[in-house]
Design a protein around this ligand. Structure first.
Ligand code: NAD
Ligand code: WQD
Length: 674
């Protein structure tokens, strides 16, 4: 039987994105449906980065029955977790029809489609708001599931109505299994700092508002009344960490899945901590996480607020064996980490992306810092363009097909697993021999083989603004054991840092993951071809920081001897280089990032220049004589590829290219343009 998926509606949203991560980390396969009306695709690419795999995503409105049906036809879906809804209480009082239409009609369409395809298990995002003001009764705080419902606003009424609809459906067909989860006040963010709540406009909720005060986007918090009957006069809520909430979905899903066959169920569960906290309690906890008292003012009560909404979570604790484990302090720390890393949520000035080519989800990401523009695509984590004040400084294609072609001379590529050449058709580590794919004459593997890192779609990127106003883009790829003959599952992160000083820095990091091997050969670099404005490179002035390079045999493999250039300062003229220059012969480091960046070469034309620095012990200089592709001619650009020496894996100094499980491989390259 084909693999079974959980469909998550609203999976790009705040609670949905955290739940998708928990699901995948618990072994579930997930498909996301979200029309992005209140979220961003970046949340999905960050989910993928965190979990290390692609997650099928459909930009579909739940009310679109035809498109939704197609999702169920494309994937074998076992159950649905249904988050998709509009959720702003205040807005719902102004545009109630939109709320009923989106939430109620969207759910009816979903249930109809599920019924048609015989998928009858649903976990529904309800809300404590269905209880209304539970203080209208005596002894209903903490609130149990049997507390009578009385929602006080259109949003809450949509939740109430949907619960009834699902109940009626169950009554009509007891094969249905429905978990109605009534959330209390979800707060916090993913501990990675990469996923969190990203409210559009002015936040309605307490912690998102306070976070914007702390980061300087809002002046001060307005506290809505301090004349309630609580220990400090402010209202009491049950704040629950969003990761705990996400775990509640896994617990309820497995409860439904473990019911006796042919047994249906309709059941409500409160998801809360059972502990009430006041507005001031939360204010103090968040101020502590930030490290200073945040500005606030006590103002009048907000219409519709009630004194106390604290859950009685006993039913979920006992039946689902689920407990909220994290504290408000944990949530505040995680929220602050998310906020400082992402002060404007998923939005970032100076960054945009477009679709690039026909591979699902492949994108081109562009950072533009006042005329210094860098574009990188997921395919190969490839540098597609670098521009300074409108002049292109790197060779690149405007279409994905050219990158996929075998005639692509590694334009802008992240090459791997093994940059440059491996001789002898492979290598031996600890007495064990590995045959790598031969993609060059005389038994050589060039740049990791024909299906190397440059031909893979990388996950991410995570795009972040760094402290010095640089923008970083991190891509991840997990290369499986056996890929092009290389052993072990290998996780690699390539981080590009575009700085306003017209530098592009690349940070490489790899580790062995999984249990399919514990060693590999590794050598990483970027293979950009630079151009400094001329059609060919011949007039470019070169200043090398070393004259020393490896003597090569007729096979382009090192003889063990080194040679020296007469001069390190020259014009390319008609000279051809495809040579490995040596910066540090004694290098044995596997992670060179502890070293200072060292200048390797300065190359200039009459209009531009590039300085290449790195922490690496060697670099290949290639004059691009073999470029014959599309509009690009021989010597249209030159490549400088900082890395470990050619064929080091078959030399006496192989330590620097052997990565073992538990170790980290790393290196750094910097290009500085003028
Ligand atoms: P959110 O807005 O971040 O996520 C909801 C997602 O659903 C968004 O990504 C949005 O784009 C998507 N969506 C909305 N309408 C859609 C449609 N017609 N088709 C496809 N996608 C659609 O909100 P959230 O805080 O993550 O809330 C998730 C669910 O939990 C909602 O049902 C909400 O009512 C419920 N809930 C939230 C809270 C809370 O305080 N955040 C509390 C209780 C219940
Ligand atoms: C919390 C406390 C405010 C903002 C809402 C929905 C509910 C559910 C969760 C979806 C209250 C006080 C707030 C501010 C403040 N959502 N506050 N200043 O109202 O408990 O619940 O979100 O289902 O349905 O109603 O959450 O975060 O808005 O407020 O003083 O700027 O913080 O008065 O006491 P609420 P909240």
């Amino acid at each position: 039987m084909s693999e079974q998926y959980i469909l998550v509606t609203g999976g790009a949203g705040y609670i949905g994105s955290h739940t998708v991560i928990e699901l995948i980390q618990n072994g579930y396969k997930v498909v996301i449906v979200d029309n992005l009306i209140n979220s961003s695709f970046d949340a999905v690419s960050r989910i993928e980065f965190i979990v290390g795999e692609k997650v099928p995503f459909f930009n579909v409105d739940l009310k679109d029955e035809k498109s939704l049906t197609k999702v169920f036809e494309t994937y074998s879906i076992k159950s649905v977790i249904h988050f998709a809804a509009l959720k702003a209480v205040g807005e719902s009082t102004k545009i109630p029809l939109d709320y009923y239409d989106n939430n109620v009609n969207g759910t009816i369409t979903l249930l109809k489609v599920m019924n048609n395809v015989n998928v009858k298990t649903i976990v529904f995002s309800s809300s404590a708001t269905v209880y209304g003001d539970a203080t209208r009764f005596e002894n209903m705080i903490p609130i149990p599931e049997h507390c009578p419902n009385d929602p006080t606003n259109p949003y809450g009424k949509t939740k109430y109505v949907i619960e009834q609809i699902i109940h009626d459906l169950y009554n009509s067909d007891p094969e249905w299994r429905a978990a109605i989860l009534r959330y209390f006040n979800p707060i916090g963010a993913h501990p990675s700092g990469l996923i969190g709540e990203d409210p559009l406009g002015i936040p309605n909720n307490l912690l998102p508002y306070l976070a914007q005060v702390a980061i300087g986007r809002r002046e001060k918090l307005s506290i809505f009344g301090n004349d309630y009957n609580s220990h400090d006069g402010t209202p009491i809520r049950d704040y629950i960490h969003v990761v705990d909430l996400a775990k509640g979905h896994i617990a309820s899903l497995s409860y439904l899945n473990n019911l006796e066959s042919n047994k249906g169920l309709f059941r409500e569960w409160n998801l809360g901590t059972g502990k009430g906290s006041t507005v001031f309690d939360v204010y103090h906890a968040f101020s502590k996480a930030v490290g200073r008292d945040l500005p606030y003012e006590v103002v009048g009560r907000r219409a519709g607020d009630v004194l106390d909404l604290t859950a009685n979570p006993t039913r979920a604790n006992t039946e689902l064996e689920w407990f909220a484990e994290k504290s408000i302090e944990d949530a505040c720390k995680d929220l602050w980490r998310w906020t400082t890393k992402n002060p404007f949520g998923f939005q970032l000035d100076n960054y945009k992306w477009t679709i690039f080519g026909e591979i699902e989800g492949n994108r081109l990401h562009t950072v533009d810092l006042d005329g210094f523009k860098v574009s990188i695509t997921n395919y190969g984590a490839t540098i597609q363009n670098i521009e300074l004040n409108g002049d292109k400084l790197v060779l690149g294609f405007d279409n994905l097909e050219s990158y996929q072609s075998s005639s692509n001379p590694f334009f802008g590529a992240t090459v791997g697993r093994y940059a440059n050449r491996i001789g002898n058709g492979g290598f031996t580590i600890d007495g064990k021999s590995f045959k790598t794919e031969i993609n060059e004459s005389e038994n050589k593997t060039l740049h990791g083989g024909s299906q190397g890192f440059d031909k893979k779609q990388w996950l991410g990127p995570i795009v972040l603004k760094e402290d010095d106003n640089s923008v970083s883009l991190s891509f991840k790829y997990i290369d499986p054991n056996g890929s092009n003959g290389f052993p072990s599952d290998l996780e690699t992160i390539v981080k590009y840092i575009v700085s306003p000083k017209n530098t592009l820095t690349i940070d490489f990091e790899s580790q062995i993951v999984g249990n399919n091997g514990d060693v590999t050969a590794l050598n990483l670099t970027n293979h950009s071809y630079f151009t400094l404005g001329d059609d060919v490179i011949d007039e470019y002035q070169v200043e090398l920081s070393t004259p020393k390079y490896l003597a090569l045999d007729s096979n382009q493999l090192p003889t063990g001897e080194t040679k020296k250039l007469d001069s390190t300062s020259f014009k390319f003229g008609s000279q051809q280089f495809d040579d490995d220059f040596i910066i540090n012969e004694a290098n044995e480091l596997l992670d060179t990032r502890s070293q200072d960046l060292k200048t390797l070469v300065n190359i200039s034309s009459s209009s531009h220049s590039i300085k290449v620095s790195s922490t690496e012990p060697a670099f290949q200089l290639y004059t691009g004589d073999g470029i014959f592709v599309g509009e690009f001619k021989s010597r249209a650009g030159f490549a400088v590829e900082p890395s470990r020496p050619v064929n080091a894996i078959n030399s006496s100094n192989a330590k620097q290219v052997i990565l073992r499980k538990g170790e980290t491989y790393g290196s750094k390259i910097q290009y500085e343009f003028a």
